[in-house]
Design a protein around this ligand. Structure first.
Ligand code: SF4
Length: 112
């Protein structure tokens, strides 16, 4: 009897398929369930030598930011900052990078 038509072989293959698929789906659910801050913490920090950061005068210390910076303006108070109360967090203007909550760039927009 060929293995293709063997009911036991088909049953074993089916079980293996569901075991592998179940494991893959479980892993995807776990990654999706990780807190946003955990993944944000893995982002590389934006540095001032980044071309876009240079173009927008990004600095990690808002007290050293050039005009038109005004006192009280920092990433933590910016509408584009997605880090909550974390020291570093994602910024919508710099995808894939984390900016410092005390930083500033000329794209600053006060949180509503
Ligand atoms: S857009 Fe806002 S959060 Fe992003 S770097 Fe500039 S000031 Fe910081």
């Amino acid at each position: 009897m060929s293995k293709v038509n063997d009911p036991q072989s088909v049953d074993t293959s089916r079980r293996r398929f569901f075991a592998v698929t179940g494991t893959a789906i479980g892993a995807a659910v776990l990654v999706g369930a990780l807190p946003r801050d955990t993944r944000a913490a893995d982002l590389p920090h934006l540095t001032s030598d980044d071309p876009t950061a240079k173009a927008l005068n990004y600095t990690e210390d808002n007290t050293k930011a050039p005009a038109p910076h005004q006192p009280g303006q920092d990433c933590a108070a910016c509408n584009f900052f997605q880090g909550g109360s974390a020291t570093y967090g994602p910024c919508q203007l710099f995808p894939g990078k984390a900016v410092h909550s005390s930083g500033w760039c000329s794209g600053f927009a006060k949180k509503a």
